[in-house]
Design a protein around this ligand. Sequence first.
Ligand code: PHE
Length: 338
Amino acid sequence: MQDRLKRMQAEGIAEIAQAPDTRALDDIRVALLGRKGALTEILRGLGTAPPDQRPAIGKAANAVKKALEEAIDARKTVLETQVARREARETAVDMSLPGRRPMRGHMHLVPQVAEEILGIFLELGFQAATGPDVETEYYNFDSLNTPPDHPARDLHDTFFVKPGVVLRSHTSPVQMRVMEKHAPPVAVVVPGRVYRNDYDASHSPMFYQIEGLLVDKGVSFADLKGTLLLFIHRFFGPDTEMRFRPHFFPFTEPSAEVDISCSVCKGEGCRLCKNTGWLEILGCGMVHPVVFGYAGYDCETYTGYAFGLGIDRIAMLRHAIDNIHHLYENDLRFLEQF
Ligand code: PHE
């Protein structure tokens, strides 16, 4: 029996050392030490051994049991450590991988362009001013020499909020609001939203303008031209050409529209400039004496110029955007480009 025990210990320990995982190890434990296991089997034959040998056999059996248990525990520790190491390796964070960038917003193209344009005029000494989007007919039209029966009112498809109150159809009413508050000289630029009932690829019912107004003694059309040329060269580049076309606005006299040489074809003629070589960018003129009358300015002493440019239009020209609605549909694939 002692021999059987010794063999069993040697074989058991060899088997334990080979156990590939804890499940297999547990099966081995049951087969060796379980209630129906090999050791129990050997001890069952204890009754047939001579009585004086029984204590020695019992002692030997206990030693075998202890040795096997220790071997199993040791193997278990090894296997568990292996598993833990593998798991740690598989779930580890690779610090050397590049991180995921968080989504970052940026300023929308329209205010970007507005800031750039304003910056040029602020540098020249103009001050920024603002006025309300919901405006009275008086400021939007009457005080700008556009009485109710004036045909020019038809040119702006104005949204009425209620009788006498409109969504401003241009930023020019802020001219009057500024002049009412401040005695001359004044030099202001006025960014803001304007509204017209108009909708196609180049017209949106809401868009942006920047108004300019400068009033002082001795201001001439040449000052207007010089200032606008400086602005155009700064904003569109020094090779850009400028031309004035006679035009009509009720609140300026004389009035003009200003074109720049086409930024795409440099005047050769292309789709953007409809083969004219020129792009219209703003309206302007010398402040009408009637407007000065409404403002309480003495038109014998003071003269001034005003201009109004479309920010959307300028943003579109600069980036060859063919549809104004891209600017307002908030499609990130579009907006992210700027
Ligand atoms: N308010 C005019 C428009 O919206 C532009 C303009 C402004 C013209 C100032 C002359 C002077 O068309």
